[in-house]
Write a protein that binds this ligand. Sequence first.
Ligand SMILES: [Mg+2]
Length: 361
Amino acid sequence: MKIKRIETFTTRQLSVVRVTSEDGLQGYGQIAPYHANISALVLHQQVAPHALGADANDIEALVEKVVREEHKFPGSYICRAVGGLDTALWDLKGKRLGKSVSELLGGTPGKVKIYGSSMKRNISPAAEAERIQRLMETQGIEAFKIRIANNFANDVDVYPGRSEEVVRAVRKAIGNRAELFVDANSGLTPAKAIETGKMLAEYGVCHFEEPCPYMELEWTKQVADALDIPVTGGEQDTDLAQFRRMILMRAVDIVQPDICYVGGISRALEVAKMAEAVGMPCMPHAANLSMLTVFTMHMVSAIPNPGKYMEFTIEDDAWTNGLFTEPLKVEDGQVQVPQGPGWGITVNPEWLEKAEYQISE
Ligand SMILES: [Mg+2]
């Protein structure tokens, strides 16, 4: 069945993609958030010419073809754009076959355990500890991730001593009733990251994310080799060859592709398979409540190596509110994977109406 039409509904932050096949069936996907208006232009100008008239069912081959044909433009924007196409095609395929994407991938759309993921550094350690304790008690969440160091900051903390302060405060608030993860967002050089990791071990932290600038695989490997705490990373990466290096050299102990950044489900699954081959967990990055989290729920319910918990933001992002009609609910620390065909959600018609419209056919 051939692809007939590709439409986008775009705001600065988000772009929803609708693909229609020759028989009139439609699937919905989403381009990665942030500057989504630029990615939508890339989709129409550089991706759609390869996709229109192609087989809507052979998603992996089409995605690979787009990335190969556009090899002069590697990286972020092509992958974001092709991810919008890929995720719409998985929805379309599910609708055609009457199956959820989870089922198409060999999984079961059951419940998934989540970890509560803080996106904030501009929060006092006391306030962070208070809200995490409350979420643990009211929503039954069994693991949380907090932010230490500072974004690409070369060892400079938000203020001197904040990293240890926030870890200490949160650990004191949750005791041993929940697991504690941290994310340094590329903030540390290897020596400082190793010193920090030893401090984290004293507080029972069991996941140290992106300790060093993410492209410095050798730095990250030094940290992973020196510490007992699992080092994690991969959310920023888009190149599958780079993922292969990262995994085979064991720069990380847990790999974290972002489905929307890496170019969709097909490419994220490639990363999960590379990790599976060496016995490594693949815990995808999913830092907002756009369709990305729905995609991630389907993926982790189907792969054999998803890690213990799926990332789930604890922030209330206004820009994702009302995007689809079935809001995701956390109960007993779990979320239910939507069970209808495709992604199992309905993009809100009112949201689409307000967005900027573009079409390729
Ligand atoms: Mg991160």
